[in-house]
Design a protein around this ligand. Structure first.
Ligand SMILES: Cc1ncc(COP(=O)(O)O)c(C=O)c1O
Length: 389
C-alpha cells in the first residue's frame, strides 16, 4: 500500500493529493468494493443508508438529500414561514445559509463566543414576536452551547434547527449531535470525501409526513447521474479538494451547480456514503491524536482543548493574520486550509464588523486546518509554519 501511495505522490506531486489517494486506496478494499457492485435499486440503497445513519449515529428519522443546503432549505419549507418571520443564526458562517433564509423570511445575524460558535446570550437578545427559528451551528465540528440554546428555544416556543454540516460523528455529553434540534441537517460534502449529499434528521414528529412529500424524487436520469457520480469520485481522487481548481472545471465535472448536485444521490454516491459512515469514529480518533500533539506544542494558538466536544472536522488555529496570502502558503505546503468563513462573514455582516466584535476579532486570525491523513513529520512541519505566521 505504501509503495502505491509513493508512486501516486510522485505522479501528482502534492501531499494533499497523496493523502486523498491513500484514503481512497484504503476505501477500495475488497469488502468495500462489494458495496459498489451489489445489485440493488437506488431507492433500496438510499433506505439502507438512512437506516445505517440512524443506527450508527443514533439519530431518529433520517432522510437523504442532494446536499446540506438542500436539507437546510427543506427544514425551512417545513416551517411554513411568512416574509415577516425572522430566523436567528451566527454571523460567522457560510453566506449561503443567509441567502436561503432570505428567500423565505429575514435572517438575523448574531455574534459568536470565543470558541467561534453562536453565543446563546446574543440569541436571547434578538428574540421577538417574529422569531420563528434559531440555527445552531457546530462550526468546524466544535460543539456550540446547544443545551443552553435548546432551553432558550423551548422557553420561547421557537424551532431549533441544529446545523451539523461539519459535525458528522460529534458527541456532546454522550449524545450524538443532531439529536438536540427539532430538525437537524448534515452535509456529506463538508464532513466526508463525497462531493455531494447530505441529510435531514427529524426529531419533532409533527414534521414527518410533510418531509416525505417535500423530499420526493421524480428523477429518471439515474444512469447519467451514476456516470457523473463516478466522474466526481475519480476527480476527487486525482484533484483532492483543490481550492485552486478553477470553478468552471469544477462545475463542468459536476462538482458544483445543478448537473448532479440536485435532489438525489446516485447509486455510486450512496455506496461511498455507506462506506464513509463506517469510518467516521476511527477518523475522529485519529484527528484527536493529531490535535493533542499540536496543542501540546502550540498551546493557545490552537483554539481547541481536550475538554472541547469536537469532531475536529477542521482544527481552528490562530495566526498573526489570516489572509489569502497565508492560506496559500499553507496550501502550497500540502495542508488543507480554506477561508471557512472569513469572506462569508464580511458578506453576512454587510461590512459592519463593529456590530460583531468577537467574530470580527477572530475572523482576522482564524484559520481552520484539515487533519486527515497527517503524519508526525507533517505535524512538525505544520508547527513550524504556524509559529512563523
Ligand atoms: C455551516 C454549513 N451549513 C450548511 C452547509 C451546506 O452544505 P453543502 O455544501 O452540502 O450544501 C455548509 C456548507 O458549506 C455549511 O458550512
Amino acid at each position: 500500500m505504501l509503495q502505491i501511495q509513493k508512486i501516486l505522490a510522485l505522479l501528482w506531486q502534492t501531499k494533499i493529493k497523496e493523502r486523498k489517494a491513500y484514503h481512497y486506496l484504503q476505501l477500495s478494499g475488497l469488502l468495500e468494493l462489494k458495496e459498489f457492485f451489489k445489485i440493488e435499486s437506488t431507492l433500496n440503497k438510499q433506505k439502507k443508508l438512512e437506516k445505517k445513519i440512524e443506527q450508527k449515529l443514533k439519530l431518529k428519522k433520517v432522510f437523504i438529500t442532494g446536499s446540506g443546503n438542500h436539507a437546510f432549505e427543506l427544514a425551512l419549507k417545513l416551517l411554513a414561514l411568512k416574509k415577516t418571520d425572522e430566523i436567528i443564526l451566527p454571523v460567522f458562517t457560510c453566506k449561503k445559509l443567509g441567502q436561503i433564509i432570505e428567500k423565505y423570511c429575514k435572517p438575523v445575524f448574531v455574534d459568536v463566543t470565543k470558541n467561534i460558535t453562536v453565543n446563546p446570550k446574543e440569541i436571547q437578545k434578538k428574540i421577538n414576536k417574529n422569531t420563528k427559528a434559531v440555527i445552531a451551528i457546530h462550526l468546524y465540528g466544535q460543539a456550540c452551547e446547544i443545551q443552553k440554546i435548546k432551553e432558550i428555544c423551548a422557553k420561547n416556543k421557537i424551532i431549533l434547527i441544529e446545523d451539523c454540516a461539519h459535525s458528522l460523528g460529534l458527541k456532546i455529553k454522550n449524545k450524538n449531535a443532531g439529536n438536540f434540534g427539532d430538525l437537524s441537517i448534515f452535509s456529506f460534502r463538508k464532513s466526508t470525501n463525497l462531493a455531494n449529499g447530505g441529510f435531514i434528521c427529524i426529531n419533532n414528529a409533527k414534521f414527518e409526513n410533510k418531509i416525505k412529500k417535500l423530499n420526493e424524487n421524480k428523477s429518471n436520469f439515474d444512469l447519467i447521474k451514476n456516470l457523473f457520480g463516478l466522474k466526481v469520485l475519480i476527480c476527487k481522487i486525482i484533484f483532492g479538494n483543490s481550492i485552486k481548481m478553477p470553478f468552471l472545471v469544477y462545475s463542468s465535472l459536476g462538482f458544483k451547480g445543478n448537473l448532479i448536485n440536485d435532489k438525489k444521490l446516485s447509486r455510486i454516491e450512496l455506496s461511498i456514503a455507506l462506506i464513509e459512515i463506517e469510518k467516521i469514529k476511527n477518523q475522529i480518533q485519529k484527528r484527536i491524536t493529531c490535535a493533542k500533539y499540536l496543542k501540546n506544542k502550540l498551546k493557545e494558538k490552537i483554539l481547541w482543548t481536550e475538554k472541547s466536544n469536537s469532531s475536529l472536522m477542521r482544527l481552528p488555529v490562530l495566526l498573526k493574520e489570516s489572509s489569502q496570502k497565508n492560506w496559500n502558503l499553507f496550501y502550497e505546503q500540502g495542508f488543507e486550509v480554506g477561508s471557512w468563513y472569513y469572506t462569508d462573514f464580511l458578506v453576512n455582516c454587510k461590512n459592519k464588523q463593529k456590530n460583531f466584535p468577537v467574530a470580527s476579532k477572530l475572523a482576522n486570525k482564524i484559520m481552520p486546518i484539515g487533519l486527515d491523513g497527517l503524519k508526525k513529520s507533517d505535524l512538525n512541519e505544520l508547527i513550524e509554519l504556524i509559529k512563523k505566521n
